[in-house]
Design a protein around this ligand. Structure first.
Ligand code: NDP
Length: 276
């Protein structure tokens, strides 16, 4: 299959989700996030990943409106934050998110982190929101195998997405295989290891062979693996570079070489050890 900026994965509900999106964690609310989203949309990105806890949903919404692009052409994700988990509180948090985004629906609503004591009630709220057409798809983030098993005990609908920390140095092969088995699409957060991956010498060798950057090699590897990826940048040249992934292809050997770089090295919190 030839990949392009419009290449999408198909979620459970036959919803098409662009495989490449822009992440906006730590993009400041106001002109910074609005500028990043505007640049991305001009370049052809059609997928934006925000969260209530990023405190920039309003800026994302403003930039989407200002772009003049139809709402139905842009895939927007947001997430319920931990303190809002529970049935009623999730429904209220969702209303507040839509208000800040200035939207009538989102494309994907995620449970941001597993909170086992709230999982069933929070998930019931997401199922309700989906049934009401207020979010097109529902999913989870940072769920390990045992969190997915717990959710499955009472779920009527399984998640379409599991958004997890994923980059060449943290590949969680068992979790990814389990998601594949359940038909849950894996979405990579911190795909560039928060910018640190660009210093990897082995990846640099592959990048030099193709005349591209390490970031481009890593993102292209994810696309070829069928993983959704949401690199964050507020720098226009990097936003452009991160979407310039379609003029080269990695060989099967290069994909396998990157697959073999897993070091189980996490930069974010372990989902079983969060204290927020
Ligand atoms: P990334 O791995 O996307 O790295 C972002 C950092 O790399 C920024 O400092 C950026 O700098 C820099 N960068 C971007 N492009 C390049 C490039 N081509 N070359 C060199 N440096 C580059 O980290 P994030 O943690 O932001 O993860 C991406 C997204 O994933 C988030 O924005 C968020 O949407 C999501 N996320 C979800 C989490 C969850 O729990 N569900 C947790 C964390 C992230 P600059 O901006 O200055 O250009």
């Amino acid at each position: 299959m030839t990949l392009s900026l419009t290449t999408a994965v198909t979620l459970h509900e036959s919803i098409e989700m662009p495989q490449l999106g822009l992440g906006v964690f730590k993009s400041e609310s106001g002109s910074e996030v609005e500028g990043a989203v505007a640049t991305a949309l001009e370049l052809g990105y059609r997928h934006i990943d925000t969260a209530t806890v990023y405190r920039n949903e309003e800026g994302v919404g403003n930039a989407v409106v200002a772009s003049g692009i139809g709402r139905d052409e842009i895939f927007v994700t947001t997430k319920v934050m931990n303190i809002d988990q529970g049935y009623d509180s999730t429904l209220e948090a969702f209303d507040a998110s839509l208000g800040r985004l200035g939207m009538e629906y989102v494309d994907l609503y995620l449970v941001h982190w597993p909170k086992p004591e709230h999982t069933h009630d929070t998930w019931r709220a997401l199922e309700q929101l989906q049934a009401d057409g207020r979010t097109r798809a529902i999913g989870v983030s940072n769920f390990l195998v045992h969190h997915l098993d717990q959710l499955a005990e009472h779920a009527s609908v399984m998640p379409s997405i599991n958004q997890i920390e994923f980059h060449p140095h943290l590949q969680s092969p068992e979790l990814v295989a389990y998601c594949d088995e359940l038909g849950i699409v894996v979405e990579a957060w911190s795909p560039l290891k928060h910018g640190q991956i660009v210093d990897d010498p082995e990846l640099k060798t592959i990048a030099d062979l193709h005349g591209v950057s390490v970031a481009q090699v890593v993102l292209r590897w994810m696309l070829q693996r069928g993983i959704v990826t949401i690199p964050k940048s507020v720098t226009p040249a990097r936003i452009a570079q991160n979407a310039d992934l379609y003029g080269f292809a990695l060989s099967d050997g290069e994909v396998a070489a990157i697959d073999a770089m897993d070091r189980n090295e996490r930069i974010g919190p372990h989902p079983d050890e969060i204290d927020f």
